[in-house]
Design a protein around this ligand. Structure first.
Ligand code: PRX
Length: 633
């Protein structure tokens, strides 16, 4: 691929080119793909109106670029290795040729159900090959996929289906996660009682469990598959036609359906994959994320397949049947690049190191992390025990909204430094801003992280609400994209991400907005008000702490019952990932004189930083702070 970084000097050289002439830079990379019609203009943008177009006037098909383009040279090469939850179940090696057939069949199934270009398809599937087939099948016919992580609750699913008026849902009877079996179909049934745009449900048989089959709406995938052709011509779409919607939590209100469009996302996910992982033709690459998140979209499916790579898709969890599972898989397939989350590293580092040492990990060349800041201890453990001090760690900073990796070391070029994401990738122009909205120049500065120039992977809008897109990302620092993260630049120019500066809390790598959790708690008839904050957690990075006031006093045993009920409400409304680790009932919550809850103080209390509460004398009710400290959980 054009502009592949090979050493630090070439990085600086390429970055200069990308900044001095972005259009020429991205155009050269874009030329390597297959286009039906070439673009008229590489970039057209207005960062104030948040209107960004890349390769406008171009026409192409994403699935053709991911699959058909490789058939001649790599038809028999494995595209996807599927490793099932149960290690006793046989794995699957799906070649590019087979992927082409499977995706074509799925595309014909969707077409048969009336799905057309521009229609939204909700995908609520476990990590099985059909998930990849469905996503690519949508791309093949120009439909817009909206993958919802299969750990979300029925309520969360229905609100996402309704927000983008999905026509069809693809799901499975059930899913396996470690020793648990989850009844996906009944979650979908419950969700669909509130969704009237969905006309049909395509059901993949995975667990074989009993279910309530609704004739006229539900259809078995294996039945439909027998009827359809294994050829489906790709539908040509425009560069700026949406490829997918992916929901992400906001600090307030309902989740935001981030819209990614076709050509820019393609170029960006492909280029960043190649550079950040330095993928070579024979390599086996494995990203442990779920395709329900952006990491899975960009770096299990699109980035790797656009590069003709072999990508591993793992259905299970790192602890099942025991904690050597990841390392067993690395050894089994000779994985060369391994990409995971700090929370997984922390939980594995807590186990006996023999789990790692039992396995031959000599195939590993590059290790990656994503999703949250990685602490030094976890970084060192990963570097020493997994990488045997030989594999560079790419600490990749990016977001659902950015489409692809933005700040990351380039292995074998950028010297790594624990906890630093290091340099921006070519074409990325970060800026650190102070509280007055001024850009902080030079080194040794700390501020809010913005990006001051468009890159091809940037989300184009929030589905159905462009104004919210502008307000959330382009208003605070006019003319720039605001990430919601804080960062510092060290004397070498390296960036270190310091964490969110808004009310989003990252728990085990999952973004959670506090407002939707608080809304769920407030639904309880006994709750008067509440505030959720994050506090540092050894494995999860952050955990959730709920401060709750009740309408009337409760006995201790009633309180225990209430805590359970509150977590059930949260799990129903959002999903089990949003459950509170600690709940404290108190008579009042600290408030400003205008009645706003002072979360800053609650955050300090939750973190145990009791000597650092700042001035509390101006509070409306300073007395409650003492009581809260006394009863801290
Ligand atoms: O706070 C940053 C954190 O994760 C947020 C984005 O979350 P999401 O949209 O779910 O995407 C996660 C996968 C790309 C960011 O705003 N984050 C992500 N990567 C890092 C990180 N924080 C520190 N270091 C990272 N490498």
């Amino acid at each position: 691929m054009k502009y592949q970084v090979k050493n630090l000097k070439s990085y600086f050289n390429i970055q200069d080119k990308a900044i001095n002439n972005p259009e020429k830079f991205w155009k050269k990379i874009a030329k390597e793909f297959s286009w039906q019609t070439k673009w008229n203009q590489v970039l057209d943008y207005d960062m104030h109106k948040a209107e960004i177009k890349w390769f406008d006037g171009g026409e192409l098909n994403m699935s053709e670029n991911c699959i058909d383009r490789h058939l001649k040279l790599r038809g028999d090469k494995t595209a996807i290795i599927f490793e099932p939850n149960d290690p006793k179940e046989k794995e699957q090696h799906i070649s590019y040729k087979q992927l082409h057939e499977e995706v074509s069949k799925m595309a014909n199934i969707l077409k048969g159900q009336g799905v057309e270009k521009g229609d939204r398809v909700c995908v609520y599937l476990p990590m099985i090959p059909e998930l990849a087939y469905t996503v690519l099948a949508c791309a093949r016919i120009g439909a817009i996929h909206s993958v919802v992580f299969a750990g979300f609750s029925a309520n969360a699913l229905s609100s996402r289906i309704n927000d983008s008026s999905c026509k069809l849902v693809v799901t499975a009877d059930g899913s396996y996660r470690g020793d648990k079996q989850i009844d996906l179909k009944s979650i979908v049934d419950k969700a669909l009682t509130n969704c009237n745009t969905v006309k049909s449900v395509v059901l993949v048989k995975r667990t074989g469990q009993k279910l309530d089959f609704q004739h006229g709406r539900d259809l078995w995938y294996h039945d439909l598959k027998k009827e359809v052709d294994d050829h489906c011509d790709p539908v040509i779409v425009k560069s700026e036609d949406p490829l997918f919607i992916l929901y992400t939590s906001g600090s307030t209100g309902k989740p935001k359906g981030m819209v990614h469009t076709t050509a820019g996302y393609m170029v960006y996910s492909a280029y960043t994959f190649k550079n950040v992982f330095q993928y070579e033709e024979e390599d086996v690459y494995w990203c442990t994320a779920d395709i329900g998140w952006i990491t899975g979209h960009s770096y299990i499916i699109y980035g790797p397949l656009l590069n003709g790579a072999t990508t591993v898709m793992f259905e299970g969890v790192p602890s099942y049947p025991n904690y050597n599972r990841f390392w067993e898989i690395v050894e089994k397939y000779g994985v060369n690049q391994f990409y995971t989350a700090p929370t997984a590293i922390r939980s594995l580092a807590k186990q006996d190191v023999k789990f790692v040492e039992q396995h031959d990990l000599s195939s590993l060349k590059v290790l990656g992390t994503v999703g949250e800041p990685i602490n030094e201890e976890a970084w060192n453990w990963y570097y020493n025990h997994v990488g045997k001090e030989k594999c560079p760690i790419v600490d990749t900073w990016w977001q659902t909204e950015t489409g692809g990796i933005m700040i990351s070391p380039i292995p074998f070029s950028t010297p790594t430094k624990a906890t630093y994401a290091t340099f921006p990738l070519p074409g990325v122009q970060p800026a650190l801003m102070d509280a007055d909205g001024k850009e902080l120049e030079g080194r040794l500065v700390k501020g809010s992280l913005c990006i001051k120039f468009p890159w091809p992977g940037i989300a184009r809008t929030i589905w159905g609400n462009h104004q919210r897109y502008i307000n959330t990302y382009f208003k605070q620092y006019p003319g720039m994209y605001f990430t919601g993260d804080g960062a510092l630049r060290d004397p070498a120019g390296y960036y270190r991400i310091t964490g969110r500066v808004d009310d989003v809390i990252i728990v085990s790598g999952h973004n959670l907005g506090t407002a939707p959790i608080e809304n769920a708690i407030n639904e309880h008839s006994k709750v008067a008000e509440c505030a959720i904050v994050g506090y540092p957690h050894e494995v999860k990075g952050n955990a959730l702490y709920g401060f709750i006031t009740l309408k009337k006093d409760c006995s201790e045993s009633e309180q225990d019952q209430l805590k359970k009920e509150i977590n059930v409400l949260i799990a129903d409304s959002i999903g089990p990932i949003a459950r509170l680790s600690r709940i404290q009932f108190s008579d009042g919550l600290p408030k400003t004189r205008s009645g706003k809850i002072m979360r800053r103080i609650l955050r300090k209390i939750a973190a145990g930083e009791l000597n650092d509460l700042g001035d509390i004398s101006t509070l409306l009710n300073p007395d409650c702070v003492e009581e809260i400290i006394k009863n801290r959980q």
